[in-house]
Design a protein around this ligand. Structure first.
Ligand code: FUB
Length: 326
């Protein structure tokens, strides 16, 4: 009798999970109950943007079948929040199919605002130029809809020669400096950067490289109190390390590890923002379920703390996550 009741309970719980996964309600509020913050789907490669009192979180979407050891990623997701705990999921504003020249692989991305337009830089696999490539989509709203801003890739594998492997042009990160000059950073195996024209859709000048110890991928560029920070995935499996500079063109001084290996995931992929007086470290791990892992990742948020000299303290990854920002 007890066993029958147990089986019934498990069956009901399993069917509820199937229903909630299949019928994800969009534009509904998710209350993050600790880390990972999103639990009805797998989310990876977070990028965050603060705009008009809200945080917009953009992620990749791991859709690999259970036990599939490889990335299956077709679209990107978008969530917004006024407090870092209650998140509204917006209908997926961008799919790899929105780039007619792309073949597959909605990998890491970042969105930035300029003059009321939103530019979403993404890594995808190119359909005709072998290797990964970077595209850019544009919208009038942070939640989309977004459309391909160029009709062609912004960066293709034949434009970068410092690495021999075809997936070096991934993981775009973008910043607009105080003088209005925008820069794109990216790269796997080699950290590349280049200026962007004011239209945000064309490179302006040569592609340069930055020498960083044990650089793997996932550069994230941010500025705070006169310091530039270039954080990145270090070694593989990945920790997150960072370098600092007083000038966006360097020289960069390596400062050490910010985050340790993330639970049950080879990758860690960080975004760093300030919001309502606190600093946040947003990353992914593979901790959502027993069958999660490196190809079934989930976004987490913990606090980031700076020392008085501007250097960054190591992140303490927690399961309870952050409290609602006031
Ligand atoms: O999500 C695919 C790749 O995994 C990203 O481009 C890397 O940063 C790593 O997180």
């Amino acid at each position: 009798m007890k066993i029958a009741k147990y089986i019934l309970t498990i069956t009901i719980a399993a069917s509820c999970l199937t229903v909630s996964k299949a019928n994800i309600l969009k534009d509904t509020v998710i209350h993050a109950n600790g880390n990972p913050i999103i639990r009805h789907e797998f989310t990876a490669d977070p990028a965050a943007m603060v705009y008009k009192d809200k945080v917009y979180l953009y992620t990749g979407h791991d859709e690999a079948p259970t036990n599939h050891n490889g990335y299956v990623m077709h679209n990107w997701t978008c969530f917004s929040s006024s407090d870092m705990v209650n998140w509204t999921e917006h209908p997926s504003p961008l799919n790899v199919k929105d780039f007619a020249w792309a073949r597959a692989d909605a990998w890491a991305s970042q969105v930035i605002e300029r003059d009321g337009k939103f530019y979403w830089y993404v890594a995808v696999d190119h359909a005709t130029i072998p290797g990964k490539a970077i595209g850019v989509a544009i919208s009038d709203s942070p939640t989309g809809p977004f459309k391909d801003a160029r009709g062609t890739a912004l960066v293709t594998n034949d434009m970068t020669k410092a690495a021999k492997h075809p997936w070096d042009d991934i993981d775009p990160s973008v910043i607009i400096d105080k003088d209005g000059q925008a820069y794109l950073f990216w790269g796997n195996g080699v950290c590349y950067y280049a200026k962007l024209k004011a239209n945000m859709t064309e490179l302006d000048g040569e592609i340069k490289t930055i020498d960083l110890p044990h650089y793997t991928e996932a550069p994230w560029i941010h500025e705070r109190n006169g310091w530039y920070y270039l954080s990145y995935a270090y070694e593989f499996p990945e920790k997150i390390a960072y370098a600092m500079s007083k000038n966006i063109n360097g020289p960069w001084v390596y400062k050490g590890i910010i985050n340790e290996l993330a639970g049950n995931s080879n990758t860690n992929h960080q975004a760093i923002i300030d919001f309502k007086g606190k600093s946040y470290f947003i990353y992914h791990n593979g901790a959502l379920a027993a069958d999660a892992g490196s190809f079934h990742r989930s976004v987490c948020i913990d606090y980031l703390y700076y020392n008085k000299d501007g250097s960054i303290k190591r992140v303490v990854m927690t399961s309870e996550g952050v409290k609602a920002a006031k």
